[in-house]
Design a protein around this ligand. Sequence first.
Ligand code: SF4
Length: 120
Amino acid sequence: MLGSGGMVVIDEDTCMVDMARRIMHFYAHESCGWCIPCREGTSWLEKMLNRFHAGLGRPEDIDMIGELSKNMLGRTFCPLGDAAAMPTISIVEKFRSEFEDHLQGRCAYNKAAETLLGVR
Ligand code: SF4
């Protein structure tokens, strides 16, 4: 066996902060809760990403989301913890500007989030 992988195809109009929170919602739901980095990490990250996407994030949250994810890597019993951490690390690294946009009340691609931010 060589391993396994998955691919998600999304277009350029997708809000990557929204993508990160949706991914984390899936893994937080799927976590069996046996090991702490996965149980607590996915739960914390889901809450942080939901808050961030709703326009209630703080500048320091961007690095905290990345660091929290890195601290999960290699510290869980099964690969679910790594699978949750890796996309989040990549999204923070590759799409940091979209996190920064949310701090300014802008979600360039997601009208639903703009509506949320508008009532802040
Ligand atoms: S990493 Fe695997 S074993 Fe550990 S809590 Fe998550 S799903 Fe359970």
